[in-house]
Design a protein around this ligand. Sequence first.
Ligand code: ADP
Ligand code: MG
Length: 278
Amino acid sequence: MNDVMIRLENVTYEYKSYIDDSILTAVNNVSLEVKKGEFLVILGHNGSGKSTMAKMMNGLILPTKGDIYVMGKNTKDEENIWEIRSKAGMVFQNPDNQLVATIVEEDVAFGPENLGIPPAEIRKRVDEALELVEMSEYKKHAPHLLSGGQKQRVAIAGILAMKPDCIIFDEPTAMLDPNGRLEVMNTIKKLNKEEGKTIILITHYMDEAVEADRIMVMSQGEIVLQGTPREVFSQVDRVKELGLDVPQVTELVYELRKEGIDIRNDVLNVEELVDILC
Ligand code: ADP
Ligand code: MG
């Protein structure tokens, strides 16, 4: 019980159209548990309900039906909401929309200021957070002059300054160039492996998904497939049926197997494939 970070119990979310009162079910009766320290990746084609689920996980929106508990606290209880938002921080796709101040350090201080943290403690947190995302030397810089990857790392520092146990990332690398993607993924991995943060990462990059402890695939508001990266990506046909790609190496192995070459079907990275082929 105590090792659960976030629990969803039969959660449904419905959007009501402003125009004709019609209802769209974005998340349909989902139950799941995210363990403390886990690195969970959520995959799914556009419109499958990933962002809606992410926003419910830190109390930005409330379920239409069912309950969500963040470290045992129901997101429906208004008195819990600030604690939930600081314990389960969220990083979005567009870094420009998340940076509010004109200097990096002010930006990082914004969250803890809102939490009413004393100034000396805020300064300490800002320094620690910038250190963790390797942006200390940009403390006095203007955010709008940074690269996409740097901006996103400052946004992550802003969340870290609230001392979260969990960070929910909604396609954090979607707007970045390959270099920026790598910087942000390295930061995310470090926060999980070295700082013990629980990570929920929504992405459509399969090379990012292979880093997870567990993958969940959503389709039409439901979780339709889940398991370790090996378990999920060894089901190439199923994954493709759900409108997703598989990692390049997995694709290559799939093609080789189709040609009758006897290789195990759960290879995830180049090093493994090289080992096997040699
Ligand atoms: P994903 O992040 O997987 O692309 P979303 O959670 O954004 O999926 O959307 C799930 C479904 O809910 C989609 O059909 C989408 O069109 C709909 N939807 C999302 N946001 C809204 C909204 N603000 N109003 C009405 N419908 C929405
Ligand atoms: Mg989305």
